[in-house]
Design a protein around this ligand. Structure first.
Ligand SMILES: C[S@@+](CC[C@H](N)C(=O)[O-])C[C@H]1O[C@@H](n2cnc3c(N)ncnc32)[C@H](O)[C@@H]1O
Length: 270
């Protein structure tokens, strides 16, 4: 098994994966139906022809640029497991900064709170917030029916159907009532951006926005004050490149950095 793993790692490295060993391990564990840690406990386990063929198929998909999460059908985010399909963006560790701030806001408030998650995709922000902040009720929306189907499966998987409600439509338009917190990880990539193939493999509606990437976040910033309760807050994931063109019609705002030190989350309050 170790020899197969070493060969697959070399193959993925040659095809440009920057996390070849990790990818090879995750795919092997998936092909064998075991946890990654078990690969090391059972490193001398022989592989059947069928298992080898399954693994080769997965490695071939990865070397063509398919994201590992699409190949195995799930991804960890905020220490929770999410189902993912090519209809949704793969939850990104950079987005955990936004969720951690949202959970902190909920804990400071220490009472019932209504939150909105705009552009929910797999539902990862809404579900992680509801999971870690039990006083919060979340409405989560998306324009993509296919994405909402995946989000619904994740809501059910995490047993949160009573506290996470899905709505379909453009930005805040389908959301009922006022919110204490509006969260959003909307598309903010400029169409001309040079992206790795595993990013390009994700839905264009989840990645790109007009006006150099700023169009949707700009529209959300303009709409959000009408949907926020008194003292409400907004948290929006951004790329530093769009920050200079954003108008922030709030009393105050600040920007939080991600683990790599990049400006990543705009927090605004009225
Ligand atoms: C960058 S993905 C984020 C998905 C998820 N929130 C996450 O953090 O992994 C953006 C999501 O916004 C949705 N979206 C794009 N335009 C939208 C719009 N005008 N209104 C609502 N959702 C939109 C896309 O379908 C996609 O699911």
């Amino acid at each position: 098994m170790l020899e197969v793993l070493t060969r697959a790692t070399g193959h993925l490295q040659k095809h440009g994966s920057t996390s070849a060993r990790l990818d090879a391990e995750v795919l092997l564990a998936h092909a064998l139906g075991m946890g990654r840690i078990d690969l090391y406990v059972r490193f001398d386990r022989p592989m059947s022809e069928e298992e080898l063929a399954r693994y080769r198929g997965l490695v071939a998909g990865r070397s063509r640029g398919e994201p590992v999460a699409y190949l195995v059908g799930h991804k960890e985010f905020m220490a929770l497991d999410f189902l993912v399909t090519p209809a949704v963006l793969v939850p990104n560790p950079d987005t955990e900064v936004l969720v951690q701030r949202a959970v902190a806001i909920a804990r400071e408030r220490n009472g019932p709170m209504r939150a909105a998650d705009v552009g929910t995709g797999s539902g990862c922000i809404a579900i992680a917030l509801a999971h870690y902040a039990p006083t919060v009720e979340v409405w989560a929306g998306d324009v993509s029916r296919e994405a909402l189907d995946v989000a619904q499966r994740n809501v059910d998987k995490h047993g949160l159907a009573g506290r996470v409600h899905l709505v379909e439509g453009d930005l805040l338009e389908p959301f009922p009532g006022e919110f204490d917190l509006v969260c959003a990880n909307l598309p903010y990539v400029c169409g001309q951006a040079d992206l790795p193939s595993e990013v390009r493999a994700q839905p264009a509606t989840a990645l790109f926005a007009a006006d150099g990437g700023a169009a949707l976040v700009s529209r959300l910033l303009a709409e959000a004050p009408r949907h926020l309760s008194h003292g409400g807050r907004l948290l929006a994931e951004i790329d530093a490149a769009i920050l200079p063109v954003l108008q922030v019609p709030f009393t105050g705002h600040k920007v939080h950095r991600d683990l790599g030190g990049r400006e990543r989350v705009l927090e605004a309050w009225s």
